[in-house]
Each structure stands twice: as C-alpha cells, then as structure tokens.
Design a binder for this molecule. Structure first.
Ligand SMILES: Cc1ncc(COP(=O)(O)O)c(C=O)c1O
Length: 476
C-alpha cells in the first residue's frame, strides 16, 4: 500500500515548524510568571507541530503492525515502514543499509556492541558521552586520550590503527558527530577515510549532530549511525541505528523474542532477516512515525539553513556571554572550530547546581547542569586530577554523598532567539553582581539545590503527578 503525502504540511494548517509549548508560561518563586526560556535542547527537544499533528492523525488509524490483516494494521504498518525510509533519506543512508528502529542512541549503540563479530577491536576516545563509551567496555576497547586538536585526533587514530595486530579481526572506530559538552563537530569524512585506509569501520554517535547539521552517510563514508528522536523534535521514545547489514545479521540478534524469527521449535530458531531480526517485541510505531515525520519536516526546512542560522545565534551568544564578569566557557578544540549550538560554562563563585536552580526559579530559564554523562571529559575540563577522581569514586562507592564537580550548559535549537540569549546573559550578570534573590538549600534526597521555600505549584495537568522518590541517574 502506498500513498502520497506532503511532508511539511501540518494537518491543522498551523506552522509545521512551530514547537509545541513554545509560549508556555512558568511560575517564578518571586511571584508571577514568564515565558519559559528553553536553553536545554541538547538534553531533549520539544515536539514539532508537524510531529504532533501527524501523531494525532495516526492515532485514529493506529493498530498492530506487520502481521495484522486488518485495514488499520495495513495503514499503521505502512506508516511504520515509511518512517524507516524517511530516516534513511534524512541521513542519506545507502539503499541497502539496515534502518533499525530502537529506543534511542544508547539502545542503538548497545545493539551494535551486542552484535559485533567475535574479536572486533573497538577504538573510542575518552571524551565520548557514556552512551558511546560504556557499551564497548564489555568487548575489548582501546580508549584514546581526549585529543587537543582535530589534527591530533587523526594522528592518534592513524597510529593506533596502524599498530593494531595485523589479524583478520574486524576493527570499529566509534566517535561522536558533535560533543554534547563542547559542541565541537568531529571531521567525519576525514575519520572515515583514516578508518577505511586501515580496514576499520566507522560508527558515528549522531545524537547531538542530527538535530543541528546535515548528515550524509554516503558522502562521508559513515558505516553506522546512531540517533535519538527526542533530540530531533519527536519525543515519542524512538531512535534508530542505520548501517551495514552484514554484522547486524550474522549472529544471534541483540534482543530475542517475537517478531525477530521465521520459525521456532524447541530445539531450533530460524531468525528473521533485517530489520525484523533486530526489532524483537512489539515496535514503538508511534515513536518511529514521529521520528520519520520530524526527519521529513527538518529536511523540507533545510538542514543547511538550520545549521547556518544556529551558527549565527551561537556566535551572538558567545560574544554576549563572554561579556559577563566571571563567565568561564569550556572547550577542547580551537575557538574557531565548527560546533553545534551549545556552551558549557561556570560562573565564578556560584556553584553550578545553585546557578541552574536560580535561573529556573527566579528567571524561568531552563538549562542543564552536572557532568552531562561525559565524566572523563568533564574531569579533564574541570582539571580534576586522577587522584581526586579516584577519591570521588571511593567516596561514592561507599555510599558517600559528596557533591561532584560540574558545570552548566545552555543549548540552542529551532525557535531559539537572541531574546533567549539576552535573557540568560542578563540573568547571569545579575547573579554575578548580586547573587541569588531567594534562599536555596541542598535537598538531601536529590543532592541538588532547590528554592527554600518553593512556592511554585506544579501545573494543573490532567494526569497524576508524583515527585521523583530519589536522586536521578544523570542523562544527556
Ligand atoms: C552525544 C550524545 N550521545 C549519546 C546520547 C544518548 O542519547 P539517548 O539518551 O537519547 O540515548 C546523548 C544524550 O544526551 C548525547 O548527547
């Protein structure tokens, strides 16, 4: 069943590139409300109107996919398979690449890690997000130190690949497309060239790159690409792994269960072909379709244009924020290296978590704080030496509650404006000059600063609301 559709059209005729909730007012501890200033796109991005409308439309047609004979099943299956093709087109995957729907980037990378051929040598850099650092630990990985420059990175990679034992074992280089801490974009075509010269394959963690810059797997020679829909303006719980089929279809699948098989007896299992082979269990149809619609809408808007507008806003933000007394911005590579729209920083004399609490409570500004799931990179940027890192591990292992070093991060996306940057700049300037305008205390449960008292009521939503019972694992 095929049907034509207009990718960028919104069902209700509203702007498909509008962001749901863009005008939301949030309460301030000091009284009144203000428009929420979202500077936390790198953690999770709001839904595009086009995505919201498409999902509302699909829900009326929602039913089981693949083996359902009902007409709604046919429609839902076609939407699910259509999403796969939209994702492939968005990253310019090869026609014969597998496009596997996953939960997110973490799931995609774990899937690849779980299906690598026996004996694969993995090479990854120490500055990666934990999603592209930890899955390799089980496999046999060579971690290279955080490189000071892109040229040093290529040299390190070349030397390491050259010195690997000359055996038939496969090699995989796993790098980020753009760092979630510094925003620095990695030179993917150069890395692919070096990898391929040494018969290695390249996996790119595109969680941060995909929402902000065009990706071309074919042109750049990217063998595998992992991405998350919730950072791509489609927060409905899906992600994808795109890449070469042979490794993904050689052994047993990463997850075993219904949908991934052709035939099962008690003694034997015949696994299905890709992509079903790696999609055991009932798929997240709504999430996949949301992701596909977001890919189409972003492609229609033009990723080159989106990247150029964001680069211009980032230049503005860097100049404005640098003028704030005590503003310290973290980077690894030279200042003029291309980067996606985010800045990680500290404000001298103000703990990073207190800063985030004040920005939220008194100014209605949402940012991220902590170590951004990139502990080794943050330790280096914050100049935490090995002995201190070990002491923190020992304290934490034995149940101690020492507040960890960290920083604040502001990140931009579709709909971000100079007014948002100005709001942050003015707030930081006021905090640097006068400190918080409210009282704050560390909550023993979460180890985080919170306004004390906090008179802000949670919004009157129709669903049941409960506070999180304990501190959160870090993400993003
Ligand atoms: C660079 C990078 N890689 C991987 C991830 C993991 O993404 P997810 O939590 O969607 O699996 C993130 C999330 O922040 C990220 O920034």
């Amino acid at each position: 069943m095929t049907a034509t559709r207009e990718p960028s059209a919104s069902v209700h005729g509203s702007d498909p590139m509008r962001l749901v909730g863009a005008d939301t007012e949030v309460p301030l501890v000091t009284g009144g409300t203000r428009r929420y200033v979202n500077l936390d796109y790198a953690a999770s991005a709001p839904a595009l109107q086009a995505v919201h409308d498409a999902i509302e439309e699909l829900l009326g047609w929602y039913s089981s996919v693949h083996r359902g004979a009902g007409f709604k099943s046919r429609a839902s299956t076609a939407a699910y398979e259509g999403a796969r093709e939209s994702i492939r087109a968005f990253v310019n995957g090869r026609p014969d690449d597998a496009v596997i729907i996953t939960r997110n980037t973490t799931d995609s990378i774990n899937l690849l890690a779980g299906t690598l051929p026996e004996g694969t040598h993995v090479i990854a850099f120490a500055g990666e997000h934990h999603a592209n650092l930890l899955p390799w630990k089980r496999i046999g990985v060579r971690y290279l130190p955080v490189p000071e420059t892109p040229a040093e990175m290529l040299d390190q990679l070349t030397a390491t690949l050259r010195d690997l034992p000359h055996c038939e074992d496969p090699h995989l280089v796993a790098v980020t497309g753009a760092s979630n801490v510094t925003g620095e974009m990695w030179p993917l075509a150069d890395i692919a060239r070096v990898a391929h010269e040494h018969d290695a394959r390249l996996l790119v963690d595109a969680a941060q790159l995909a929402p902000h810059a065009p990706i071309d797997m074919q042109r750049d020679g990217i063998d595998y690409l992992a991405l998350s829909a919730h950072k791509l303006y489609a927060p409905y719980g899906a992600g994808a792994l795109v890449g070469e089929r042979d490794w993904l279809s050689a052994g047993d699948p990463f997850l075993r269960g219904g949908g991934a098989v052709k035939l099962v007896t008690i003694d034997e299992t015949l696994w299905a072909d890709l992509p079903d082979r790696q999609e055991a269990g009932s798929p997240n149809v709504i999430g996949a379709v949301a992701m596909g619609v977001a890919c189409d809408a972003l492609a229609a808007a033009g990723m080159e244009r989106i990247a150029a507008e964001e680069a211009e806003l980032l230049t503005y933000a860097r100049a404005r924020l640098a003028s704030v007394e005590g503003f310290e911005h973290y980077r690894v590579w030279p200042a003029d290296h291309p980067r996606v729209g985010l800045l990680t920083f500290n404000l001298l004399g103000v703990p990073y978590d207190l800063l985030a609490a004040v920005l939220s409570a008194e100014y209605g500004i949402g940012i991220r704080h902590g170590c951004f799931c990139a502990h080794p990179l943050m330790m280096r940027l914050l100049r935490v030496d090995d002995a201190e890192a070990q002491r923190l591990i020992d304290v934490t292992r034995t149940g101690g509650h020492e507040r960890l070093p960290g920083a604040a991060r502001m990140s931009l996306g579709l709909g971000s404006t100079r007014a948002d940057v100005d709001a942050l700049t003015d707030a930081l300037r006021a905090i640097a000059a006068d400190g918080p305008g409210w009282t704050y205390a560390v909550n023993d449960r979460t180890d985080e600063y919170e306004p004390d008292p906090d008179p802000r009521p949670l919004p009157a939503l129709s669903m049941r609301l409960e506070e999180h019972p304990h501190g959160h694992g870090e993400s993003a």
